[in-house]
Design a protein around this ligand. Sequence first.
Ligand code: MD6
Ligand code: FE
Length: 206
Amino acid sequence: MTSKFEFPDGFRLLPEYFSRAAQEKLLENVRHGVGIAPLYRAVMPRTGQPLSVRGSNFGPLGWISEKAGYRYSPSHPVTNKPWPVLPDILLELWNAVSGWPEPPEACLINYYDAKARLGLHVDADENAKHAPIVSVSLGATALYRLGGHARDNPTRSLRLSSGDVVVLGGDARRCYHGIDRIYPDTSTLLPKSGRINLTMRVVGRA
Ligand code: MD6
Ligand code: FE
């Protein structure tokens, strides 16, 4: 028996939502942000193995991964300083596509080099389990894999290109997803086949 993949309700891909000019503006904002809160290499809970992506955050809270586990923190784990404020351009995106009445509290910045990957995962560290997550991709094209509510459910692979926006709301909010690979030399926005993914989340009260 072969089980088929069906796109979950609440999944939206908005190809090239951002024009090249808007991508450049957004990149300028990201560069400013990582000037304040530098990209750092987090480690996996328990094993302490470094992640292949490097991360930082915008907003009152930031998602961090450390030996003790995953959590949201008001400050950068290396500098101990607050995260930079969310750029207006991202808040405008949230207001335009999320359909959620509250603003995001955290925006994770993930930087991929040509060899970086992100294993299949569900974003489940938020108390606001029903608020959507809105993501933006900048730079090199990535192979994104979307699955179902269980790790072994059928999956579908999609390419995410610079300027694309993904919304995981509704049923899709609890679906497994990850990045299998980066396609080198697919964008001139970032040097050396780099890719940035920005994910805005409502964290909610504990
Ligand atoms: C990435 N994205 O595109 C990884 N999570 O690099 C995510 O993990 C993600 O695109 C939640 C919602 C949308 C996403
Ligand atoms: Fe995710």
